[in-house]
Design a protein around this ligand. Structure first.
Ligand code: ADP
Ligand code: MG
Length: 679
């Protein structure tokens, strides 16, 4: 089986599973093998019942202390009993498995594996699997892959497909040159792929992961260095002077620019006037006010008779930016337009026509902006907001829409300078390091679920004072209902609990773009009091009147992502609050959440998280949420990032080497990585 062969050739994959896999973006054998497990399930040795803790997945061995009994609660059949070993006993329950009633025997010894939960103040083993002695002996200590799934596709099915693909797959030559592999002690690609799916033990997993992380960083760094070579101090056709209108805009703002904003704007002005192409990153924590800096840059370009465009990752954010721009641009006579995927074909055609004929000065949109049919006229500036949501490739394609336009990218990812130089090697950096001074620091609290009723009362009070709130819905367990159902159920249940005057709506990733946009606009207009949502609202959304953020299952998110979510509040002058609701109040979890409780500084949060977990913790929650990388995590794998970059630098010094026969496979890999032929 070859890389590009369809997954239909894999044993056991028929038409139906083919469709399901396609939903995960998997159509070829190569894509299937690059679909890495999200985490691993490990069988730990049997432990005494008395030693189990909330949240742990444990195996216990013993017999029933009470006869299993069945109860029906609504449509649910619950089987419950007590289980004991020499150290103590624990309640056990199974849902909707009535047939167990007959097969479970008193006096027999059983091995049960399940997760320990706290119910009504006592620990309980929920829905455990009954293991045979052989199963236990075979699996002990081994890592079972757990894949990110889609409805209809079980973990078992994916595991089987991967296993049979691996048997027949013909791996191509390792594209990572042997000398580099030796120098950094990296395993071969083939072995790494096999191991990442089915690791024998933790060490094997760690080694395989390191190799794959390295290769991701290496390709990335190499691509970046080639890009940079073509870019250094390129003369620009577009010399832009800031002029009167930017001054007028600054005057029209309801606030004074902070020092950081002013500095960033000075940097941009200097770049614009320099006669060279600008390649600049603006790094500033959530809420530091990056939008207004971008707005000034867009305005300056427009005022000089050029076009400018700003690309954002979601439609919701695009609409919001568009409205904000319109507010200030209309009085200044600047023509802005919005271009997003959910517009009708006719609407899009109309806007695209106006862009091509330069009846529009500034365009705001999602990645529709880089579609082939969109042609610009004298595009002098491209701005990418929330750039971590875009790949290097998209950023470059955006720039490719003009003739060496100035480029501005904005990011809220707090990373240390040493890493920033590598990750943004091709960019100059301006940092906005202070939040606007009229902000009150967000008040945080990390609590267990027993606090939930109080949290609802608190939100009601805030709503009564005219404020709004977000609730990030609990995450779904695999194989339970879908994300969408989950959000809807949660919304229904809180509508019952909250006072009827509180207007509650929901938002989730499976909604049509148009529906999402409508809900978000209504929230912006204040027509919704509480918005229940998945993490789709994580990036960039700005509703200064929202003062409460409550995050359910906070224990399941990375700290960096929690910090981004928290960034949706504290954007106005009123006191804001963030409630981290944790389904698990173990010491480790609470310690982790306390980092957020104690600080609102994203940079500090990211650093503390690493110190707490230590770089050895490979099973932790993925932190950065950066989409550049599949496995790699810029915080956790900082060392590999440095090494891969060092290797890439050495490599690019002698550009010619990439043409040697022995680097042919690397060259091919690079070409598909950057989407263009390297010359
Ligand atoms: P981010 O950097 O996260 O993109 P935004 O640009 O969305 O932040 O700004 C967040 C909020 O702060 C907006 O409501 C914006 O109007 C406001 N804001 C921006 N700059 C200032 C300032 N200098 N003083 C007060 N408020 C500001
Ligand atoms: Mg923003």
């Amino acid at each position: 089986m070859k890389a590009k062969d369809s997954i239909r050739q894999i044993k056991g994959i028929g038409e139906k599973s083919e469709k399901l896999f396609a939903r995960l973006g998997i159509t070829t054998a190569e894509e299937l093998l690059a679909f890495y497990p999200r985490q691993y399930d490990i069988f730990t040795p049997v432990q005494p019942v008395a030693s189990v803790r909330e949240g742990d997945t444990v195996i216990i061995e013993g017999s029933f202390a009470t006869r299993p009994r069945m109860a029906s609660v609504r449509s649910l059949k619950i089987l419950s009993c007590k289980f004991r070993d020499a150290s103590g006993q624990i309640p056990v329950c199974w849902f909707n498995m009535p047939y167990l009633l007959r097969s479970l025997k008193m006096g027999m010894r059983y091995l049960l594996r399940g997760t320990v939960a706290m119910k009504n103040g006592t620990l309980q083993l929920v829905q455990p699997k009954i293991l045979t002695k052989e199963e236990y002996a075979n699996q002990l200590g081994k890592l079972q892959p757990v894949y990110p799934l889609t409805a209809g596709l079980t973990n078992h099915a994916v595991t089987k497909a991967v296993a049979s693909a691996l048997q027949e797959y013909e791996f191509e030559t390792d594209f990572l040159p042997l000398d580099i592999r030796k120098k950094y002690n990296l395993m071969a690609h083939k072995k790494a792929v096999k191991t990442i799916h089915f690791p024998e033990n933790r060490q094997a997993y760690a080694d395989a992961r390191r190799r794959l992380v390295f290769e991701e960083f290496f390709l990335f760094s190499l691509a970046l260095h080639y890009m940079k070579q073509g870019k250094q101090s390129k003369p620009s056709e577009y010399v832009i002077s800031a002029g009167e209108k930017t001054e007028q805009l600054i005057q029209a703002l309801p606030f004074r620019l902070t020092e950081g904003q002013q500095r960033a704007w000075f940097d941009i002005e200097a770049d614009f006037a320099s006669g060279f192409v600008m390649n600049r990153l603006i790094q500033g924590d959530v809420g530091s006010g990056k939008t207004v800096v971008a707005m000034l840059a867009l305005l300056a370009a427009a005022q000089n008779g050029y076009q400018a465009a700003i690309m954002v990752p979601t439609e919701v954010l695009a609409m919001q930016h568009y409205e904000e721009l319109e507010k200030y641009f209309v009085p200044l006579g600047i023509r802005a337009a919005l271009l997003i995927g959910s517009m009708t074909a006719a609407e899009k055609r109309e806007i695209i026509g106006r862009i091509a004929s330069h009846q529009v000065d500034v365009v705001v949109g999602t990645h529709t902006l880089i579609q082939e049919k969109v042609q610009y006229d004298q595009l002098a500036l491209v701005v990418t907001d929330e750039q971590h949501r875009f790949g290097v490739k998209q950023r470059e394609r955006f720039a490719g829409k003009g003739k060496n336009p100035h480029m501005l990218v904005m990011s809220a990812t707090p990373i240390p300078r040493t890493l920033a130089i590598i990750l943004y090697g091709d960019l100059d950096v301006s940092v906005i390091d202070v939040l606007p001074s009229d902000r009150l620091p967000i008040k945080n609290c990390a609590v267990g679920t027993s606090y939930r009723p109080q949290a609802y009362r608190f939100m009601e009070k805030q709503v009564a004072q005219g404020h709004q709130a977000y609730i990030i819905c609990p995450m779904v367990e695999e194989s339970e209902n879908t994300e969408a159902e989950n959000v809807i159920d949660y919304t229904d249940s809180i509508r019952k609990v909250l006072s009827p005057s509180v207007r509650v709506e929901f938002l989730h990733g499976k909604m049509k773009a148009r529906e999402k946009n409508e809900i978000m606009s209504a929230f912006v207009r204040g027509e919704i009091d509480i918005l229940v949502s998945t993490t789709v609202i994580e990036v960039g959304v700005n509703v200064p009147n929202a003062t409460v953020m409550m995050i359910e299952n906070a224990e399941r998110f990375g700290l960096a992502q929690l910090h981004q979510l928290r960034g949706r509040v504290g954007r106005g002058t009123a006191q804001s609050y963030c409630i981290f609701m944790s389904g698990n109040t173990s010491k480790e979890t609470m310690e982790r959440l306390q980092i957020l409780e104690n600080s609102n500084d994203g940079f500090y949060v990211a650093k503390q998280d690493l110190t707490l977990r230590g770089p050895g913790d490979l099973f932790g929650i993925r932190q950065s949420g950066e989409l550049y990388f599949k496995l790699a995590d810029i915080y956790q794998d900082a060392q590999e990032l440095q090494q891969a970059n060092e290797a890439a630098v050495l490599f690019t010094r002698e550009e010619i080497v990439l043409f040697c026969k022995k680097y042919q496979s690397l060259r091919q890999k690079m070409e598909s990585y950057t989407g263009e032929v390297i010359l």
